[in-house]
Design a protein around this ligand. Structure first.
Ligand code: GSH
Length: 213
């Protein structure tokens, strides 16, 4: 059975957990005590991931990090959700890169600062992150105005990747996404109807902590 190093608050980890569940591939969840700071320690980095990040996938001798690489590996291994043609697979890669650079990154940082930052978020930092979220969400919302899925006619790992942070409670980020980006919100609801979708806090370990700020 594969092992997924993850924690409840981690949307990057949920991208992988969500895919594994859709693939009906059982996995053992290994808790990463991120909020206690374990990923910042040299020992953890030496033993687990030099990049200091979750998720990590273990599959036999293979140890893989970066959700985009893990999703690509699992889609290839199981022959599902990779994209139907070479051209679709290239599109999937485009969206994985966009997600990691622009769509997930600013939103995840904004949510983390708001919910679990050690100090109240700096208003200037929050304003900057919100402007980047606004830009990325508007691009994806427009893309989804005329299609059900990010690439092609059925879900791919691009959908699993981009949606990873969109299944958490609104109170953790405080943004009214359905009001501002209705196509994005409708796509999230479509994804929740995929077989074996489950709430991130029900499938990944760790203590649920109410938003701090
Ligand atoms: N691009 C990476 C991002 C992973 C990431 O940022 N994970 C967070 C937890 S959700 C983390 O470990 N952050 C530590 C840090 O930024 O130093 C991926 O998709 O796997």
């Amino acid at each position: 059975m594969v092992r997924l190093h993850c924690f409840g608050q981690s949307g990057n980890s949920f991208k992988v957990a969500f895919l594994l569940r859709a693939l009906e591939a059982p996995f053992e969840a290994v808790h990463v005590d991120f909020l206690a700071g374990v990923t910042t320690t040299p020992d953890w980095r030496d033993e687990n991931n030099e990049m200091g990040e979750a998720p990590i996938l273990e599959d036999g001798a293979l140890r893989l990090t970066q959700s985009g690489a893990i999703l690509t590996y699992l889609a290839g291994k199981h022959g599902r959700f990779a994209g139907a043609t070479d051209s679709e697979r290239l599109e999937v890669l485009r969206w994985l890169l966009y997600d990691n650079h622009k769509f997930t990154s600013y939103f995840a940082t904004y949510r983390f600062n708001k919910s679990w930052g050690k100090a109240a978020p700096d208003p200037a930092v929050s304003a900057f992150l919100l402007s980047r979220i606004e830009s990325a969400f508007t691009i994806v919302d427009k893309h989804l105005a005329t299609r059900d899925w990010i690439v092609g006619d059925s879900p791919t790992i691009a959908d699993f990747s981009l949606s990873g942070y969109h299944f958490y409670p609104r109170e953790e980020h405080g943004i009214d996404i359905p009001a501002r980006w209705p196509h994005l919100a409708a796509w999230v609801e479509r994804l929740k109807r995929l077989p074996r979708w489950a709430d991130p806090y029900d499938v990944m370990p760790g203590t649920r902590i109410p938003p701090r700020w």
